[in-house]
Design a protein around this ligand. Structure first.
Ligand SMILES: Nc1nc2c(ncn2[C@@H]2O[C@H](COP(=O)(O)OP(=O)(O)OP(=O)(O)O)[C@@H](O)[C@H]2O)c(=O)[nH]1
Ligand SMILES: [Mg+2]
Length: 504
């Protein structure tokens, strides 16, 4: 009996010590310095609109709502919309009629008492209501991202969810929206949280082994189980990392470059894809010098499209720089659209493939791994026979990249090209709804690599010095925690919240 009590005491000392020195601190314990202050901001977009939403958060939210609806109108019941006259608290002038909502904490976005005023979206109405709120001594305007920051500190969202919310607000295409929504719903956070829990368990077992193995209280197999769990975890993290940056690409846009010889019709293709005359088109060879960039949505995927200078030998110093920039873009791009004037291909179909291979080599400068599509433009200038010859030549040469015969002038073949382009982009971005959640940010990648490196430290010291090996697991845990905000991550918070607009 005494033995058992003694061991229990030791175990409890061990736990206390571990908790005191090693617990991964959740940022939600603390809170922003501004907690206790009541903030307000316009949460809907700037400019004239039908309805504008003004949000208030903090302990004086009820007072603010009462002050702006006056004593004669009843206070709204929680989470229900009520039509009310909005009144200036000092002049008692009616500013608007609109819907008001009351969200008592903690069941609110920020976890604090919150109120929302849905008013008419004219600039004078908005500034009148904002001025009225500002005239109350207990309220102040919110800083950029302050509502979301409070939600994070209240434990309503982890950092990956905050980032998902930011991405959702900035999503411009359907696929971006799907990915952001999935992240905001916590899929990515849950994956990292699950890894954190498994690491914590491994760490606890190693610590217990260090403290108790001499007394034979811990089975011998514990460390082997830890080894196995950690190897499995490393495999999963490495699998998540080796996604060819699909999620990051979807988030920031796929870099697609249009390149090829002068006058092939590159600028015409850019204009056709973005449906506006973004680049100058002319029969003069060497028209485009600078890189002309535009964003387009192809089948729900975001594309950053660049038109470049035609590649040719030249003495013109400005054009030389244009060609240098074009080659640089081709190297950096996720996908190259190599445009060729099909009317200039050899008449004899037997020489077509070799000609295309040569032009491709000229554009890609030997970068065989570069993903590309061949765009054979100006099909309207081809005879039926030439066009058939080119198509049969393409079928026979399996080593050429996928090619599309089209005309920027007549639009013939353009739909087929768009679906080929969409498929290529989809492969580059992946489907955000299929499989595990995507890695979406370079920040996450850096912390995961840090985590894998730290776990290598565990393997390195496992048989030499278990305390040092355990330190590796602890560092891995800290790396993971930085992604979700479960360790001191104050320095990254500013960057994340800075990207939010006031009122979001
Ligand atoms: N017939 C025909 N002419 C085309 C087609 N596409 C482009 N062109 C013409 O080809 C010429 C060159 O077109 P651009 O789009 O300026 O070619 P580019 O590749 O951007 O040329 P550079 O900027 O000089 O390298 C222009 O006169 C276009 O009108 C097409 O599909 N059919
Ligand atoms: Mg051009």
């Amino acid at each position: 009996m005494n033995y058992v009590i003694g061991e229990m005491r030791r175990a409890s000392t061990f736990l206390t010590r571990t908790l005191r020195s090693r617990t991964i601190k959740r940022l939600t314990n603390g809170g922003p310095d501004s907690a206790g202050e009541t903030i307000f901001a316009l949460s809907s977009g700037q400019g004239k609109c039908g309805v504008a939403v003004i949000r208030v958060s903090g302990p004086a939210s009820a007072l603010a709502l009462r002050s702006l609806t006056g004593p004669r109108q009843s206070f709204p019941t929680p989470r229900k919309a009520f039509l009310r006259s909005i009144i200036h608290p000092h002049s008692e002038e009616m500013l608007d009629r609109g819907l008001v909502l009351w969200f008592p904490g903690p069941r609110s976005f920020t976890g604090e008492d919150c109120a929302e005023l849905h008013i008419h979206g004219g600039p004078a109405v908005i500034s009148g209501v904002l001025e009225a709120l500002g005239s109350l001594s207990s309220l102040r305007p919110a800083e950029a991202g302050e509502f979301t920051r409070r939600a994070f500190h209240a434990g309503k969202l982890d950092l990956t969810e905050v980032e998902g919310l930011g991405d959702l607000i900035h999503a411009e295409t359907e696929a971006q929206r799907r990915q952001a929504l999935r992240q905001m719903a916590g899929d990515l956070g849950r994956l990292y949280h699950d890894w954190s829990q498994r690491l914590t368990r491994c760490l606890a077992h190693v610590e217990a082994f260090i403290d108790f193995s001499e007394d034979e209280l811990i089975e011998d197999g514990v460390l082997n189980q830890v080894d196995e769990s950690l190897s499995q975890l490393v495999r999963e993290i490495e699998g998540h990392l080796s996604d060819e940056r699909k999620g990051e690409r979807l988030r920031s846009g796929v870099q697609v470059v249009i390149a090829g010889a002068t006058n092939a019709g590159k600028s015409s293709l850019l204009n056709l894809l973005c449906q506006r005359p973004a680049a100058i088109v002319s029969p003069v060879a060497g028209t485009t010098r600078d890189v002309v960039e535009t964003c387009v949505d192809i089948g729900g995927f975001p594309i950053l499209l660049s038109d470049t200078a035609g590649l040719r030998d030249t003495q013109d110093t400005v054009e030389i720089e244009g060609v240098r920039r074009a080659r640089e873009r081709v190297q950096q791009a996720d996908l190259a659209l190599v445009v060729v004037d099909s009317s200039k291909l050899p008449r004899d179909p037997r020489h077509v493939a070799a000609s295309l291979g040569g032009q491709l080599g000229e554009v890609l400068s030997g970068q065989a791994s570069q993903r590309c599509l061949l765009v054979l433009n100006k099909s309207d200038l081809l005879s039926e026979e030439q066009s058939r010859g080119i198509q049969s030549a393409l079928r026979e040469r399996g080593d050429l990249p996928q090619a599309c015969l089209l005309s920027c002038h007549t639009d013939s073949g353009v739909n087929g090209f768009l679906s080929v382009l969409k498929n290529s982009v989809q492969i580059l971005c992946g489907d955000p709804l299929v499989g595990g959640p995507s890695l979406t940010q370079a920040r996450h990648r850096a912390h995961l690599l840090e985590c894998v490196r730290s776990l290598a430290q565990y393997r390195q010291y496992r048989d030499l010095d278990l305390a040092l090996a355990a330190e590796g697991v602890r560092l891995a845990l800290i790396g993971l925690g930085r992604i979700t905000g479960r360790v001191g991550a104050e320095e990254i918070l500013d960057i994340i919240f800075r990207d939010f607009c006031i009122g979001k």
